[in-house]
Design a protein around this ligand. Structure first.
Ligand code: NAP
Length: 216
């Protein structure tokens, strides 16, 4: 497969790139900082400098044209302002939806967050973050794309356990970023998660068995 990853220098994205490259996929990584080019090349991805907050939709579309799937793994990150939750986590993700539709990239997998199913109404940064995630998810789910929304619990930087739990109802646990990458790899290479919102946490099952259990 030819897969475009937005936010390709992020922690989940880099784990995912290495998994995809190891299985023979082609990865293009959208980054905003040209200083990250060498890291992406070392991971085996083709870097494409494309800032999702400032690029217009046709530019993003050009960056992903011909891909079989896009993954939104970008984020304004901890410590960022409420405004950037809107310009990045909401509008950047939605721009990628528009771009995928514009050039016929059929599949879109979103890294969202638990809590986006019922975002709080407040104006605190974390409230706005969840509102932004919710709006991005809703825009994707309304699109004609073959979508999957993954909503991890709290992310950790521990090594992969290879054991997760996937739920179709909200579940708040924690999960390693590397295990989230493993779930992304799995859902990208099959159709079972298309049209699904899956809550991703550490658990007892390998990703394949966890997906079977969640969608049966
Ligand atoms: N933290 C949690 O517990 C938690 C829980 C659930 C879900 N999530 C979500 O999981 C996702 C991935 O998490 P992660 O920890 O792997 O992310 P991360 O390491 O923070 O990486 C996010 C990436 O997005 C990039 N980015 C920021 N603004 C951009 C822009 N305008 N254009 C293009 N790329 C841009 C960043 O690039 P720069 O390096 O240039 O800034 C960074 O490489 C995020 O959407 C996050 O919100 C987090």
């Amino acid at each position: 497969m030819d897969i475009a990853i937005a936010g390709a220098h992020g922690a989940i994205a880099r784990h995912l790139t290495r998994l995809l490259v190891a299985r023979g996929d082609t990865v293009r990584g959208l980054i905003r900082n040209p200083g990250h080019v060498d890291d992406l090349l070392a991971d085996g991805a083709r870097p494409v400098v494309c800032d999702l907050e400032s690029a217009l939709t046709p530019t993003v579309a050009e960056a992903i044209a011909g891909a079989d799937a896009v993954v939104f793994a970008a984020g304004a990150g901890p410590g960022s302002t409420a405004e950037r939750k809107l310009t990045m986590d909401r509008d950047g993700a939605l721009r990628l939806v528009e771009a995928a539709q514009l050039v016929g990239v059929p599949r879109y997998v979103m890294v969202s967050a638990v809590g986006a199913e019922a975002p709080p109404e407040g104006e605190e940064v974390f409230d706005v973050y969840l509102q932004a995630k919710a709006a991005a998810d809703e825009g994707l789910m309304r699109s004609a794309l073959a979508w999957t929304v993954l909503r991890p619990g709290r992310l950790t930087d521990e090594p992969a356990t290879g054991r997760v739990r996937l739920d179709v109802e909200p579940h708040r646990g924690e999960v390693t970023r590397e295990d989230v990458a493993g779930v992304l790899d799995l859902v990208l290479h099959g159709q079972r998660a298309v049209g699904r919102v899956l809550y991703v946490n550490g658990g007892e099952q390998d990703p394949e068995a966890a997906l079977d259990a969640a969608v049966r």
